[in-house]
Design a protein around this ligand. Structure first.
Ligand SMILES: [Zn+2]
Ligand SMILES: [Zn+2]
Length: 356
């Protein structure tokens, strides 16, 4: 073959010229002189094409990354070393020197490029939403037939703050844009509906209650052609507290605790423990409060019955003995509750101290 550059004959050609001509003219890499990258001023996420991506890079690291992603290797090149040095920084313009060492057709080549990287600052859609107070969901903290107590409100606030800081690591929209304290309770305005649901269930797991969601149409997203909803999530704390007495399907019990799914009770008649699902909350009747617990004494005992004095009238009352009361002795103090004219001896739990 014949090299059009130097006229040598019998040469193998590379890109149309002979090896020595090719090596003489060869470059290792090509890279645009000006590069640009857009980041969000608030969360430092990165605009990649039309998509915003999370980024934890510093500006210097970002400049290097942009350079590494934007150079092209030229034919027959092997890069051995490439280093980026930031020469000057003017505002958000980084003037960089790229030093490349490599081989072209086994011949060693060293070259330098000057590149200017501009970091454009913008606001990603999520941060713009946050800045404008955007929210997808409102969590309403309420209580049934009463107002949430300040103790409950504080406990819930703690749960929400702890949970949101975990959620916000992975979800930029997991933020509380506003908290408003109103007569009926507290409203939390939450950026993301998904996060709001997780917050609500975290609250319910500890505080119990009934959770209800109600979407409200707030407008229309014309670009996507769909209706826009906001979801109100109400958490209604129960009318009763731990230690109160309730009735459900003719069964009476004392609330010993609850979790996100159910209410756990000590049976008033037997010493059994049972539970009610929160979804059946409406069928629960509160029959007495923990503050209704009274203290009285055992005045006599037979193998089958136990006698106590009525806590108010001091009339003697005979009760059948059961597993719970069989250990009691004459003179012992016992906690009792009167419901619908009937007296129940309560377990000697610390939960049953009326003033605790
Ligand atoms: Zn040649
Ligand atoms: Zn952002």
């Amino acid at each position: 073959m014949f090299c059009p550059r130097c006229g040598n004959e019998d040469e193998e050609l590379y890109e149309g010229i002979c090896r020595s001509c090719f090596v003489k003219e060869a470059r290792l890499i090509s890279i645009p002189q000006d590069l640009e990258v857009t980041i969000c001023t608030h969360c430092s996420s990165l605009l990649n094409g039309i998509k915003w991506e999370d980024s934890e890079l510093s500006e210097e690291e970002l400049v290097t990354t942009v350079i590494m992603e934007n150079y092209d290797l030229l034919p027959y090149v092997q890069v051995l070393e490439l280093s980026v040095e930031i020469l000057t920084v003017r505002g958000s313009n980084y003037e960089c020197l790229i030093r490349v060492e490599g081989t072209v057709l086994d011949t060693r080549v060293v070259e330098e490029h000057r590149v200017n990287v501009k970091i454009k600052k913008s606001s990603c859609p999520d941060c713009s939403k946050y800045a404008s107070g955007y929210f997808e969901s409102v969590i309403q903290i309420r209580a049934d037939k009463r107002f949430p107590t300040s103790k409950e409100i504080q406990a819930i606030d703690k749960i929400i703050r702890a949970k949101i800081s975990i959620l916000s690591v992975k979800n930029r929209m997991a933020y509380v844009s506003d908290v408003s304290i109103i007569k009926e309770g507290v409203d939390y305005y939450v950026g993301s509906y998904k996060a709001a649901r997780k917050l609500a269930s975290a609250v319910k797991d500890v505080m119990g209650g009934v959770v209800q969601e109600s979407p409200r149409l707030v407008g229309r997203d014309k670009s996507r052609g769909r209706d826009l909803y906001r979801i109100w999530i109400s958490i209604r704390l129960p009318d009763f507290q731990k230690g109160d007495f309730i009735e459900y399907k003719n069964r009476k019990g004392q609330v010993r605790g609850f979790d996100g799914r159910k209410i756990i009770l000590n049976d008033l008649e037997t010493d059994g423990i049972w539970s009610i699902m929160w979804k059946d909350y409406k069928k629960i009747k509160v029959i007495a409060r923990r503050s209704d617990i009274k203290i009285t004494n055992i005045t006599s005992k037979t193998p089958k019955s136990i006698q106590i004095l009525h806590p108010n009238t001091y009339q003697p009352i005979d009760l059948d003995i059961n597993k719970e009361t069989s250990d009691l002795k004459i003179g012992n103090e016992v906690k009792v509750l009167e419901v619908e004219g009937k007296i129940y001896i309560l377990r000697n739990d610390h939960e049953n101290n009326p003033d605790e």
